[in-house]
Design a protein around this ligand. Structure first.
Ligand code: PLP
Length: 424
């Protein structure tokens, strides 16, 4: 074959203007998502451009996923290098990139071992299976129960919608998976009462699965005392503590892991979203004492392939090299301060500002006759992308590389939007 035929063609960017109108798109794609009328074509750093060439500040980051923003040189280099070398084999063989990513995660967390999958829901499924196997084989529990919280979110598979303590995600999908029970978040008395009550019957608590800060449930941080007492209960009883780090992990809160904000360590935790910076990857991590999986117990075709692991490792290393935990702390502080000033300026609209690092929520007053979607749409008109976390909370989850100027500009646009909404 002539060398010319081996030369890769130069790939043109995907259509300068999108060939799909929303109506055409909806003809072919199942309507599982309520979409904003916006088509994004290109991104660089914290900025994205739509198909009309209009620029937006991206404070959504693929919903807390694009850790390094868009087209970061470290990710571009890792993607290019790995796709040109070897992108997928199988877990039939040893995968050095998987080993390197697992090593980085273990050395930077309380875990001893990792398993890789493709999404947050799958990581939580893995955690549920691991906890059940531990309950059957170590704790000798015949009917293990996993406690989860009201207003939690753990994914969209059958087991994870059941784990999710929000009936709206479960409606019309029964029969749900047995073995889950819900408790109010941040309420230690209710948790202790539920454990005691289950202990007297033929079902026993095997694990407690919680988010350190409830993301989808309205950006609600966990209480330190609540989590400290849960850790104590788990130590005394052998119940496993599983933390869902899918949204709050990978530096989003200004610490690498959300649990660090609470002064405790889980036995098992899950990661996804920010771990791959936008490349699909999930991870289940655990301490060695509860690593009861044996060959054949759990698997995933794509899980931990050379491509995703090389890219995820580039994200991890860039977080360290660019000091992004500190950036998340400082820029998060700047953002919260600005939001608190806006809360004072618009007292009839804003109920509360809360969050950690670069995951923050602005809760609207129940009687403000405005929803989070109204605010998100108004701010989009000002050139800033935000995302609701429920009907009354507007969420701010920019890339961890966000600059002081970008935070300032986003706050100024929000101020303008709230002014026009109050005047309307
Ligand atoms: N867990 C939490 C805390 C999440 O926020 C999400 C997604 O929003 C998930 C799990 C599910 O992740 P995925 O959409 O990757 O399955």
């Amino acid at each position: 074959m002539s060398p010319d035929l081996l030369t890769l063609p130069t790939v043109a960017p995907f259509a300068a203007s999108s060939p799909f109108s929303p109506a055409e798109f909806d003809e072919y794609v199942m309507s599982t998502y309520g979409r904003f009328s916006l088509t994004l074509e290109r991104g660089a750093g914290c900025r994205v451009w739509d198909d009309q060439g209009r620029e937006y500040l991206d404070f959504v980051a693929g919903i807390a996923t694009c850790t390094l923003g868009h087209a970061h040189p470290a990710m571009v280099a890792a993607v290019t290098q790995q796709i040109q070398t070897l992108h997928h084999v199988s877990n039939l063989y040893y995968v050095p990139q998987q080993g390197a990513l697992a090593k980085w995660l273990v050395e930077h967390s309380c875990a001893d071992r990792a398993f890789f999958c493709n999404s947050g829901a799958e990581a939580n499924e893995g955690a549920i299976k691991l906890a059940r196997k531990y309950a059957h084989t170590v704790l000798n529990i015949e009917n293990p129960i996993i406690l989860t919280a009201h207003a939690s979110f753990h994914g969209r598979t059958l087991a994870t919608i059941t784990a999710t303590g929000q009936p709206k995600y479960q409606q019309n999908f029964s029969p749900l998976v047995p073995g889950f029970q819900y408790v109010p978040y941040n309420d230690i008395a209710a948790l202790e009462a539920t454990i005691a009550q289950l202990d007297q019957g033929d079902r026993q608590v095997a694990a407690i699965l919680l988010e350190g800060l409830q993301g989808e449930g309205g950006v609600r941080p966990g209480d330190l005392d609540y989590f400290k007492r849960i850790r104590q209960i788990c130590d005394e009883t052998g119940i496993l503590l599983i933390m869902d780090e899918v949204q709050v992990g990978m530096g989003r809160t200004g610490h690498l892991w959300g649990y660090e904000n609470l002064g405790i360590e889980p036995d098992i935790f899950t990661s996804a979203k920010g771990l791959g910076g936008g490349i699909p990857i999930g991870a289940l991590l655990c301490k060695s004492f509860c690593d009861v999986f044996k060959p054949g117990d759990h698997a995933s075709t794509f899980g931990g392939n050379p491509f995703v692991c090389a890219v995820a490792l580039s994200v991890c290393e860039t977080i360290e090299q660019e000091n992004l935990l500190k950036n998340a702390q400082y820029r998060g502080g700047q953002l919260r301060l600005g939001l608190q000033k806006l809360a004072k300026k618009f007292p009839t609209l804003i109920q509360e500002v809360r969050g950690w690092g670069l995951i923050n929520g602005l809760e609207l007053k129940a009687d403000a006759s405005l929803t989070s979607i109204d605010v998100v749409k108004a701010v989009m008109n000002e050139g800033v992308l935000l995302v609701p976390a429920g009907p009354t909370v507007v969420r701010f989850v920019p890339p961890l590389i966000v600059t002081a100027e970008e935070v300032y500009l986003a706050l100024r646009s929000l101020d303008r939007s709230l002014t026009s909404l109050t005047e309307a």
